[in-house]
Design a protein around this ligand. Structure first.
Ligand code: ZN
Length: 428
């Protein structure tokens, strides 16, 4: 009796697990549901001597309360086009129907999220006695809270960070760091495209947005000012599935960059995190494959520890690291000679985060005598390091430090990596 009960219980548990799994699966992988706006044709306009198919546009939706604003914008655009069309074809008097000028417009709408409604207006015009239609597409992405059509100018005005949080949704975040808003008919017809780096200075112009390289650089490129004080934060032994991600967000919130010395064995299975570290402007260095003390290894083992890790990082990011942090900070002449193509990066501020696992000890150890040019050692595999990084980064920001990558530090401090191989700080 007991045996049967156990079997039944196990079956029930297995069934439940399958159901939960299926629910998670469908939630995760299902196409997002796209609520369609109700479009109502309120008027069919007829213009003498012209053939016109145009709908006045009316959005009615319980989901949004900016209907009038959207309708007004779209309709006034269409009306403008009709005026132009009539002017262009004004010589027309009485002609055969087949020679008539034709004006058509089609309007597609799409709710991107609760804050964004995307509208695509397609206008097709055929002049008198013309064979083919000219097609013109106008797209809008209405930001409902502010009742505006989103433009770059608008985005980059004060408060854009708040706005972009509304605009950003996972469903529309593509892997190449762009956000595309679709309309409901054509996926490839994105109406607005924002390359993003999610953080400060992070929303970048769309490729298809008309902006010059010069303007682009002025707005978005990262500049390290050598005349201002700076430090390099380094994070070892990761990447870690969740800690690293949290640290990236902290860095972004302060326009900070850091250098992540990764273990090859942790790069495997954390490819998404590695990609994110890199695409968000941080530097990736090599911390070996499996954390051995390099001074105990043969030349060929040293090489394979480094090269395997380099390959793993390269396969994910397309980037070849140039920095190595030897485990335990331990190196000798053999290590240096074997790794002569790399810079060896040590540190001069040790947070001892692996030991204390306590932000109340980590933060003062780092901050107490911090100076321009310091290299700080932390470890992103420990969850206790995350709140410490938050405090350290906020404090450094407050004190006016630029938080730069190790390569940025070396360059800004004017070192030549051909002649200097080992770095403890940016003021040695
Ligand atoms: Zn380590």
């Amino acid at each position: 009796m007991k045996g049967i009960f156990k079997i039944i219980l196990s079956l029930v548990i297995i069934a439940l697990l399958i159901i939960i799994g299926a629910l998670i699966w469908t939630n995760y992988f299902a196409e997002p549901e796209m609520p369609n706006l109700k479009q109502e044709m309120v008027e069919y306009k007829k213009i003498n001597n012209y053939e016109e198919e145009t709908e006045s546009y009316l959005i009615k939706s319980s989901k949004i309360d900016a209907d009038d604003f959207i309708n007004l914008s779209v309709n006034s655009f269409v009306d403008e086009k009709i005026v132009e069309f009539k002017k262009d074809n004004s010589s027309q008097s009485k002609i055969l129907p087949r020679d008539k000028a034709v004006f058509k417009n089609v309007i597609d709408t799409f709710i991107v999220n609760e804050n964004i409604v995307s509208v695509k207006v397609t206008i097709m015009q055929k002049g008198i006695e013309k064979e083919n239609y000219d097609t013109q597409i106008q797209t809008y992405n209405f930001y409902l809270k502010d009742k505006v059509n989103i433009s770059l100018d608008y985005l980059f005005n004060a408060g854009y960070k708040e706005k972009i949080k509304d605009i950003y949704t996972d469903k529309y975040l593509l892997k190449n760091n762009s956000i595309e808003f679709y309309n409901n008919t054509q996926k490839n017809n994105c109406t607005y495209n924002i390359l993003k780096e999610y953080g400060k200075n992070k929303i970048i112009t769309a490729k298809n947005y008309d902006i010059s390289q010069e303007e682009y650089d002025k707005l978005f490129s990262r500049v390290v000012d050598p005349s201002r004080k700076m430090v390099a934060i380094t994070l070892d032994d990761g990447p870690h599935g969740s800690n690293t991600q949290k640290i990236l967000d902290i860095l972004d919130a302060h326009s900070a960059r850091a250098t992540f010395f990764m273990l090859g064995q942790n790069v495997v299975n954390n490819e998404g995190v590695v990609k994110d570290v890199y695409s968000r402007g941080n530097e990736i260095g090599i911390h070996t494959w499996s954390h051995p003390q390099l001074t105990n290894l043969s030349e060929s083992s040293i090489k394979s520890q480094i090269e395997q890790t380099s390959d793993a990082i390269y396969n994910v990011t397309g980037y070849r690291p140039t920095l190595v942090r030897p485990p335990y900070g331990s190196f000798n002449k053999v290590v240096k000679d074997t790794l002569k193509d790399y810079s060896l990066i040590l540190w001069n501020i040790d947070s001892l985060d692996w030991k204390s696992r306590d932000e109340n000890q980590i933060v003062p150890l780092v901050m107490n005598d911090i100076q321009d040019g310091d290299i700080i050692l932390l470890h992103d595999i420990h969850s206790t390091t995350v709140p410490a990084v938050d405090k350290i980064v906020s404090e450094l920001d407050k004190q006016g430090y630029q938080m730069v990558t190790v390569s940025e530090l070396i360059e800004a401090k004017g070192y030549n990596r051909e002649t200097t191989q080992v770095f403890y700080s940016g003021r040695q």
